[in-house]
Ligand binder design. Structure first.
Ligand code: OOB
Length: 543
């Protein structure tokens, strides 16, 4: 199997053959998928964005014209394009245009700022950056100007909406041209890893492997052409993108309804107006919806399934879903690297309420191992390793990291600590990776520590999770000062001003004289977390 983008490890030939023979990889591509749906039912609505309703035909035509326009700008097969768009219809135009060109979107989140975007552009050697004019009160054109100044290799900046000094995406338009298009085994896009290291890693996904995960997810989640999916989470994230998410629903010929904001004020009227049948939330968002639903005047009765994932859904929240919303809960435990687990819609209630489900594919291999990679006895807790037909074999251009993140025989070390029930369902018990899961948004401790260390008054920094009733976890930065400690507020502002996404900025800063150490002289984050539980959390509850 070949990949059009250098630096993307892929499956060994014997595995690729096996996955093709099993009928998982069928030689599909995203560009063709849209072409087929548009031919089957051109007038069906594919995407609803506010008052705009985009049919499959419209989307197909726009994707061709935009692809031709991008081609004219010199963007071609294998070129990387950093895409940072909120939940708007243009996201789909851009994705399918790039897919047809064989150009490779790098999916950034709307929350990312200069530090992240400049890094993605530089590291992926992107030829273009496509973003929006203003989102959530933030002017992305100003960010684009800073990115363009910092990354000389960036040839184009395209803006959805009012372009300011840049080129409007809507002006990129040309009569369709014949394009060779990518092969099914080529990289379709690069997605971001939640990460646990200094810089975010990029995840190469192929047309074949991703489309398989969509098709299989659709079957498990009962997605058909009648499905109306509400996208409330940022659609560039793997969960609302593919589990089954926006792309799964388009694959089935269903309808995607976009919410620009996830709050009940926007989401509930959309559920009523569009007769939404399926949606997805991270646990804190599900909680907000559950709290608001009893008092709403909107009719939510069309909703059949609420998916909750990205972070562990507490049993308490899980138990409220059916009584309050009249919908079936589906727990989703997935990762952008591949493996996705679902509770099945017809599982016994206890399984739905207390487990994170089981894998999509019969060929998803799961191992639960101890610290030395030896399997633990059945039912016991250990590290989850996985390998399968839609789980990557390595990150983009990260040879050294890949040697640690994957076993020699290609299992991905998820960093999650789990146990398996006798029926084969997964229960997530914890996490071994150095990451904070802030209500589904992942924060790599080392990345934030590096930003803190750039401050002249910071001698050392260690970022850990602190428990939080609403988000599950927040970030606490322990700092050993150099000389007189700066004000916590000043440090927080310092990190934000370095251009870091707001969700990565520490929620709390604590100054300490030194860090507790492990036996081998490393910072003991376990002891720091214990210190929070002992000293800080009771104090937080007192306030
Ligand atoms: C999803 O993807 P990522 O890449 O943002 O994060 C993956 C990590 C997992 O390794 C795990 O640590 C955590 O997020 N996680 C969960 C969870 N779902 C994800 N931890 C406990 N319970 C769950 N249900 O978050 C993602 C990708 C596709 C589908 C769903 C979620």
């Amino acid at each position: 199997m070949t990949a059009s983008v250098p630096g993307c490890p892929t499956w060994p030939p014997e595995f690729a053959e096996r996955y093709r023979a099993a009928g998982y990889w069928r030689g599909d591509t995203f560009g063709q998928l849209l072409r087929d749906r548009a031919a089957e039912h051109p007038d069906r609505i594919a995407v609803v964005d506010g008052d705009r309703r985009v049919s499959y035909r419209d989307l197909d035509v726009r994707a061709d014209r935009l692809a031709a326009g991008l081609h004219r700008l010199g963007i071609g097969a294998g070129d990387r394009v950093v895409v940072q768009l909120p939940n708007i219809a243009a996201f789909f135009d851009v994705c399918f245009a790039l897919f047809r060109l064989g150009a490779v979107p790098v999916f950034a989140l709307p929350a990312h700022r200069l530090a992240e975007i400049a890094y993605f552009c530089e590291f992926s050697e992107a030829s273009a950056y496509i973003t929006v004019d203003v989102e959530a009160g933030f002017d992305h054109r100003r960010l684009a100007a800073e990115v363009a100044a910092k990354v000389p290799g960036l040839r184009h900046v395209l803006i959805a909406g009012e372009p300011g000094e840049f080129r409007a995406l809507s002006d990129v338009d040309a009569d369709p041209v014949e394009l060779p298009g990518p092969r099914p085994g080529d990289i379709a896009f690069l997605q971001l890893s939640g990460g646990s290291t200094g810089v975010p890693k990029l995840i190469p996904r192929t047309h074949d492997d991703y489309i398989y995960s969509l098709r299989a997810s659709n079957e498990i989640c009962g997605v058909t052409a009648d499905t109306v999916y509400l996208a409330a989470l940022p659609i560039a994230h793997n969960f609302p993108m593919s589990s089954p998410g926006i792309f799964g629903v388009l694959y089935a010929g269903g309808r995607v309804v976009l919410a620009r904001r996830p709050g009940p004020d926007e989401v509930f009227p959309l559920i009523e107006r569009e007769r939404v049948t399926l949606t997805a939330a991270v646990p804190p968002l599900a909680l907000v919806w559950l709290d608001a639903a009893p008092d709403t005047e909107h009719d939510l009765s069309s909703l059949q399934v609420l998916q909750v994932g990205g972070a562990k859904c507490s049993e308490e929240v899980a138990r409220r879903v059916r009584p309050v919303l009249g919908a079936t809960l589906q727990q989703v435990f997935g990762m952008a690297e591949g493996l996705v687990n679902y509770t099945r819609l017809d599982d016994p209630e206890e399984v739905i309420l207390t487990t994170q489900g089981r894998p999509i594919s019969p060929d998803d291999e799961l191992l639960v191992v101890d610290d030395d990679d030896n399997p633990v006895p059945p039912g016991e807790t250990g590290h989850l390793l996985t390998r399968g037909p839609y789980t990557i074999r390595g990150y983009y251009r990260a040879e050294e990291h890949n040697a640690r993140a994957f076993t020699p025989d290609g299992f991905y070390r998820t960093g999650d600590v789990v146990r398996l029930t006798p029926e084969g369902n997964i229960v997530v018990e914890g996490r071994a990776k150095d990451q904070i899961n802030r209500g589904g948004e992942k924060v790599a401790a080392e990345e934030v520590e590096n930003h803190l260390l750039a401050h002249p008054a910071v001698h050392d920094a260690a970022v850990v999770a602190m428990p939080d009733d609403y988000l599950g976890e927040r970030t606490c930065a322990f700092v050993v000062p150099r000389g007189t400690p700066p004000k916590a507020r000043e440090l927080i502002r310092f990190v934000r001003d370095r251009g870091l996404a707001a969700y990565k900025v520490p929620d709390r800063v604590e100054f300490v004289a030194r860090f507790p150490q492990t036996g081998v002289g490393k910072v003991s984050k376990r002891d720091l977390r214990a210190a929070i539980a002992r000293d800080l959390v009771p104090e937080l509850h007192r306030r």
